[in-house]
Design a protein around this ligand. Structure first.
Ligand code: ADP
Ligand code: MG
Length: 244
């Protein structure tokens, strides 16, 4: 078993009376691609947001490379630089061009000088096929192009783990393919990825492991062959029946 980069135990998260995550154990190993599937409202986004501490867990432990990130004195700013996040809604800086979008985190957070930051940004924009658009502003790009820039921006921080929250859900159907293709190529480079997705073909073809969430718990997890070919839980079967 490869080294666990992130290891979460007994994670619970409530919003007021509403317990959204109920005692979740989750880990991801170096180089692993994990897809998280499940109905809307099952807690998938909240789990991702707890992983990178955009949401504070109500209780539970989160270990990053064996260190408890919730312990006093652990630098959350530093922790977050190890995790790249790609949102459904791109979240690009609309006043900056493509190149600046991919440089700004590097210069401000990682303190790289501009020439180094530019080199890294260009290499990642090339990876996602957006290096010809460095001067464009987000408003000039299609949704698929924006999302590929968002991926390049996250990669430019050299994260250990990339978290994707339904990266293709806001896209017009004809643009879904280009983003999935980019993500598939990244998965094949050995990047560690956690992907919340509605794209069952992607989950089946690209993941090492698939997690099915239902009502705040991990109802079932396993290899894509197990989950899609031989699901054990009734609720997994029902969900797959509905979406496939
Ligand atoms: P999913 O991503 O699987 O659709 P979410 O994690 O977004 O599910 O949401 C799970 C539940 O948590 C939903 O009932 C949602 O209304 C609730 N929820 C999510 N974020 C918040 C929040 N910031 N405040 C209150 N309730 C929230
Ligand atoms: Mg969600």
């Amino acid at each position: 078993m490869a080294e666990k980069i992130i290891n979460i135990q007994h994670l619970k998260k409530s919003f007021g009376e509403n317990e959204v995550l109920k005692d979740i154990d989750f880990s991801v190993a170096k180089g692993e691609v994990v897809s998280i599937i499940g109905s809307s409202g099952s807690g998938k986004s909240t789990l991702l947001r707890c992983i990178n501490l955009l949401e504070k867990p109500t209780s539970g432990e989160i270990y990053y490379k064996g260190e408890n990130v919730l312990s006093p004195g652990y630098s959350l700013t530093k922790y977050r630089t190890h995790l790249g996040m790609v949102f459904q809604s791109f979240n690009l800086f609309n006043n900056m061009n493509v190149l600046e979008n991919c440089m700004t985190g590097q210069t401000t957070v990682l303190k790289r000088n501009r020439s180094e930051a530019k080199k890294v940004a260009l290499a990642n924009l090339e990876k996602v096929g957006m290096d010809r658009y460095i001067d464009a502003k987000p408003a000039q790009l299609s949704g698929g192009q924006k999302q590929r820039v968002a991926i390049a921006r996250a990669l430019s921080m050299n994260p250990d783990v990339m978290l994707f929250d339904e990266p293709t859900s806001a896209l017009d159907p004809e643009m879904v393919g280009e983003v999935l293709k980019t993500m598939k190529a990244l998965a094949h480079t050995g990047l560690t990825m956690v992907v919340v997705t509605h794209e069952m073909d992607f989950a089946r073809e690209v993941s090492d492991r698939v997690i099915f969430m239902d009502k705040g718990v991990i109802a079932e997890q396993g290899s894509p062959e197990d989950i899609f070919g031989n699901p054990k839980e009734e609720r997994t079967k029902k969900f797959l029946h509905r979406v496939l």
